[in-house]
Design a protein. Structure first.
Length: 293
């Protein structure tokens, strides 16, 4: 039989007993939209605080390559979370949270081009038409693997900076970039690369869900973040944050008036939640008028 005094002591201490803090160690990232990613992550952790307790997000180290990030996530020693477009390597080596945190905006790629070469794209209507031109891509991009699988003519560089230098000097014809990325990237480079513009008539559609990946050693953390994202979907906060950051880009992209060239992604896992319409921005009521396909 339990000692009543011990039981009383335990009951008195319970209000002061806290759950172990969840610590997320994440890489800084290499794109200009780190702020959006961090807001999504922080919100998912905050809305689950009552159930899971306190949390901390630590930015660990400078940007890294995708290949190196997968190795680090698998070990869980330096970072235990990363955000990227899914690939077979990510799916094999990590705990995948299959909620596209960018709501599918990366499925739509616009083309950065040299303004003097716009006429090259005027008669591009099909996949085969586009494959006649030279694309510039980065080593390690999920998009690179997809385009290579379709036998595109590609130049592969180690950095995005190098790609834009190649484009400015007419050594490649285009760089495919997400509708959420391209305008800011060109704005940042308007002085160094003044001849680069967004091609106005085309968009590529490549299914490319952008997920949060967690170390296989952190199952509880993965569960917490997934539950947090589901709560954000249910209360509409994920959608609100998305439009706060990307509404202007979506409007500028003017997808309804572009020729959409669909490029199949042979690496897309069968588990991709395409049937969950609420996860993809193109199914939002305010997006119906875009007539994306």
């Amino acid at each position: 039989m339990f000692n009543p005094k011990i039981l009383m002591m335990i009951s008195c201490l319970l209000p002061f007993i806290t759950l172990a803090k969840d610590v997320v160690r994440i890489n800084k990232g290499q794109d200009s939209h780190t702020q959006y990613k961090m807001i999504i992550l922080q919100t998912a952790l905050a809305v689950t605080e009552k159930k899971y307790g306190d949390y901390e997000v630590i930015i660990n180290g400078p940007p890294t390559t995708i290949k190196r990030a997968i190795m680090e996530i698998k070990s869980g020693n330096t970072i235990n979370a990363f955000m990227a477009v899914t690939t077979p390597a990510w799916e094999k080596n990590t705990l995948v949270i299959r909620i596209p945190v960018r709501r599918g905006i990366l499925n739509y790629r616009l083309l950065s081009v040299h303004k003097n070469n716009l006429d090259k794209f005027a008669n591009v209507h099909t996949l085969d038409d586009l494959k006649k031109l030279q694309g510039g891509v980065r080593i390690g991009w999920a998009t690179t693997a997809v385009l290579k699988s379709h036998a595109f003519k590609l130049f592969e560089a180690n950095t995005l900076r190098g790609l834009y230098h190649m484009l400015e000097n007419n050594r490649v014809d285009y760089i495919p970039r997400g509708a959420n990325e391209i305008y800011n990237e060109l704005l940042l480079r308007k002085n160094s690369h003044p001849n680069l513009v967004v091609e106005p008539s085309l968009a590529l559609y490549i299914p490319a869900p952008y997920y949060i990946f967690i170390s296989p050693k952190e199952a509880k953390l993965a569960q917490r973040i997934e539950e947090g994202l589901e709560l954000m979907i249910a209360d509409g906060s994920l959608e609100r944050i998305f439009y706060q950051h990307y509404a202007d880009n979506i409007k500028r992209a003017n997808l309804a008036n572009r020729r959409i060239i669909t490029i199949g992604n042979p690496f897309l896992p069968v588990e991709t939640p395409l049937a969950r319409k609420e996860l993809w921005f193109e199914n939002d009521p305010q997006m119906q008028s875009l007539e994306l396909h």
